[in-house]
Unconditional design. Structure first.
Length: 155
């Protein structure tokens, strides 16, 4: 079964890039200079950010549903990211190298299934979850930190 993975829309974060520290602090956002790779996975381009670049750590509502599964958590976005990841049947390396939690949701944004998997084997779990016709989409989270990583839809 074909699947499509997407990162977050770069336009949602553009207004934050290059803001002074005082304004970021007022919005509970922290800027970091990347000092290791991997370690700072960008949720827009779905890459691990290069050493020396900057990222913003901010709270992001990844599941805006008006139900018990509404969720938000801290995520990194690369400062200056412009190209939202959007690919069919391709797993970005930032997912491939991590332990992942896949959470499958129905048309009512209710979680109906979930699996954890090493990123190296994620295709099999995607296929299993999407084989259920009641699954509308999947959210990928980094299993260790619990933060939102990407969205998967049928392609």
């Amino acid at each position: 079964m074909n699947f499509r993975i997407t990162g977050l829309d770069a336009a949602e974060f553009k207004h934050l890039f290059d803001l002074p520290e005082s304004e970021l602090t007022a919005m509970a956002i922290k800027r970091y200079e990347v000092d290791k790779k991997p370690g700072f996975p960008d949720r827009i381009e779905l890459t691990d950010v290069e050493i020396g670049e900057t990222v913003l750590l901010l709270n992001h509502v990844s599941q805006p549903a008006k139900n018990p599964y509404r969720a938000s958590h801290a995520i990194f976005v690369r400062e200056g990211a412009t190209s939202t990841y959007d690919a069919v049947n391709q797993i970005p390396n930032s997912l491939r190298i991590r332990f992942l939690s896949l959470r499958a949701y129905d048309d009512n944004d209710m979680m109906i299934d979930a699996e954890v998997v090493e990123g190296a084997s994620v295709e099999q779990v995607i296929a299993k979850l999407l084989a259920n016709d009641d699954v509308r989409y999947i959210h990928v989270h980094n299993a260790k930190q619990g933060c939102y990583a990407a969205r998967i839809d049928r392609a």
